[in-house]
Design a protein around this ligand. Structure first.
Ligand SMILES: [Zn+2]
Length: 174
């Protein structure tokens, strides 16, 4: 979707959910693997996700950012995502294509275009949803095993999204 169109979509798309979290993911795919909404629809359908009535998608994310920076809409903002166990109802899920290097190891593979698109998208969402308290990566929603209020690397259930999203987007929280 073009930026202008997307900006209007984010401003006007109905959303009856109370959005508290913006959660960033990676598709956990290697460079060159196409992980767009169409591909993720197939993967998530195979995993048993249900087809959403409004958007028509199985894809559990609300937005997907391709390696060239193109932003696609998955689920509508009104539809509850399927991207982080226990936190879906009050969150918006964004996935960037990548997260694995050529050897299949976890890595921050975001291209400059993806970084720019993620920042732009998250700032648009934060402007609309002033109720947002936390912008973080999937791994930051792992259980806080030692209860010190910080999800430390040893507590991560998954590496997703393979970078530290909290400090990167902290300035966008109103
Ligand atoms: Zn994830």
């Amino acid at each position: 979707m073009e930026r202008k169109e997307l900006e209007a979509y984010i401003k006007t798309q109905p959303c009856n959910r109370n959005i508290k979290y913006i959660i960033v993911h990676c598709s956990a795919t290697r460079p060159g693997v196409v992980a767009d909404v169409e591909a993720i629809d197939k993967w998530h359908k195979a995993r048993g996700f249900s087809r959403q009535s409004e958007s028509g998608h199985y894809c559990g994310y609300h937005f997907v950012v391709a390696q060239n920076g193109t932003i696609e809409v998955g689920r509508t903002l009104n539809e509850v995502g399927a991207h982080v166990q226990g936190w879906n109802s009050n969150s918006i899920g964004i996935c960037y294509a990548g997260g694995l290097n050529a050897q299949g190891k976890d890595e921050d593979t975001r291209t400059p275009a993806q970084k720019e698109s993620l920042l732009w998208l998250i700032s648009q969402l934060a402007k609309r949803f002033t109720s947002v308290q936390k912008i973080a990566g999937h791994r930051d929603f792992s259980p806080d095993k030692n209860g010190n209020g910080v999800i430390e690397p040893y507590e991560y259930l998954k590496a997703c999204p393979c970078f530290n999203a909290i400090p990167e987007y902290k300035h966008l929280i109103k």
